[in-house]
Design a protein around this ligand. Structure first.
Ligand code: NAD
Ligand code: GLY
Length: 361
């Protein structure tokens, strides 16, 4: 079992460990007890995950709220259901919420924990690759609104993240690949994360592709560890996205527009991110920010992992641009684009010509 520390600004007292390893669900309550004083737990999950792992986590101190499965349920109504359950159980401030699931469950359960009685402890137990490498770490919690994705939310850090890699064995191939969308993101922004490690994650993903796609346990665990370390390094420097953290949104401005325009059902979040990254690479090469050679290398990586093979050009670029303008990261009507400017390096730029962006789409 590997342990990584997220050490956010010491005054905020929100440092916490990320555990990554096999069979951690078996020791879940034992691990959790070191990081919270809670005596009662509400496990927030969905029907798919409950049927796979619910039995294993039944415990006299834990109750479940089982939500419907899907991004379309990541909304205020479902949030209300979690809060109603907290009220029904009369959870106290010292009790805790456990988020058992992918990013949808993690984001909603964390948001509920942040507002119930002005905040109770919560623990992230990610069960998708995407949640293990990204969404369970860093404290962004939210629900969607009809105006856009993750429009209502907070920054609220968990007390611990416990990623049992055995749960990946039940994840279908599409969802596994969806997680790889966020994994590739880290390779493209690695230098900005400044982990002070002499390591090349892009090369790792190229060389280890077959083992990753065959789900080699050691390599997958190493890959999750690298992503969590990179994310922790960024979040430790900029918890509330005042600057640096925005690099984690690489490909996401496009992705959120794709998800919204297709009703959150056609593409998974990771697929949309992969498409979004391709779009911004198109823009970067047009602007000569990156060499053709690096462009080809990155596009090949995305293609070799078969991340965007479901994409068909179905968006009217102008409509697409307008949706991007409603993204929550827009400031003074300017879209902040995270754009590649060198090998494994990006910059945040808000004055890119609209026509160049439209060509990239
Ligand atoms: P998801 O939570 O919808 O899970 C994908 C599917 O896999 C679901 O059907 C789920 O029931 C199923 N599933 C989960 N674990 C399983 C398992 N072990 N075995 C079998 N099936 C399983 O999707 P996701 O990709 O995990 O997360 C996407 C969400 O994460 C989006 O809403 C996105 O906005 C959010 N996100 C948040 C952050 C953040 O920093 N908070 C970062 C990235 C993404
Ligand atoms: N996934 C973007 C962030 O955590 O900041």
């Amino acid at each position: 079992m590997e342990k990584i520390e997220v050490k956010i600004n010491p005054v905020s007292a929100s440092s916490y460990p990320i555990f990554i390893g096999e069979n951690l669900l078996s020791d879940l309550y034992e691990i959790i007890q070191k990081y919270t004083n809670a005596s009662r737990f509400l496990i927030v999950t969905n029907d798919t995950i409950f049927s796979l792992y619910g039995e294993k986590l039944k415990n006299e101190s834990a109750q479940f709220v089982i939500l419907p499965d899907g991004e379309i349920y990541k909304n205020m109504d479902t949030l209300q259901r979690i809060l109603d359950k907290c009220m029904e159980l009369n959870l106290e401030r010292k009790d805790a919420i456990i988020a058992l699931g992918g990013g949808v469950i993690g984001d909603m359960a964390g948001f509920a924990a942040s507002i119930y009685r002005r905040g109770i402890d919560f623990i992230q137990v990610p069960t998708t690759l995407l949640a293990m490498v990204d969404s369970s770490v860093g404290g962004k919690v939210a629900v969607n609104h009809s105006s856009g994705k993750n429009m209502i939310g907070a920054f609220y850090q968990p007390k611990a993240v416990i990623a049992d890699t055995n749960t990946l064995s039940t994840l279908d191939n599409r969802q596994f690949k969806s997680g790889l969308g966020e994994v590739l993101k880290y390779a493209f922004i690695e230098k900005n994360c400044a982990c002070q490690r002499d390591f090349n994650f892009l090369e790792f993903l190229e060389v280890r592709k077959d083992e990753i796609l065959l789900k080699n346990t050691d390599i997958i665990e190493k890959m999750i560890r690298i992503c969590c370390s990179l994310k922790a390094s960024v979040v430790n420097k900029d918890e509330k996205e005042k600057g640096l953290r925005a690099i984690l949104n690489f490909g996401h401005t496009f992705a959120h527009a794709i998800e919204k325009l297709t009703g959150y059902e056609k593409y998974t979040h990771g697929e949309a991110v992969a498409i979004g990254m391709t779009m911004i690479f198109n823009v970067a090469v047009k602007l000569n920010y990156i060499s053709n050679e690096y462009y080809e290398r990155c596009i090949n990586l995305v293609n070799n992992y078969s991340l965007v093979n479901t994409y068909s050009e179905e968006f009217l670029p102008y409509e697409f641009y307008d949706v991007m303008l409603s993204d929550k990261k827009v400031s003074d009507y300017k879209i902040n684009f995270v754009i590649p400017t060198g090998e494994r390096e990006v910059e945040i730029i808000n004055n890119i010509d609209k026509n160049i962006i439209l060509e990239g789409i």
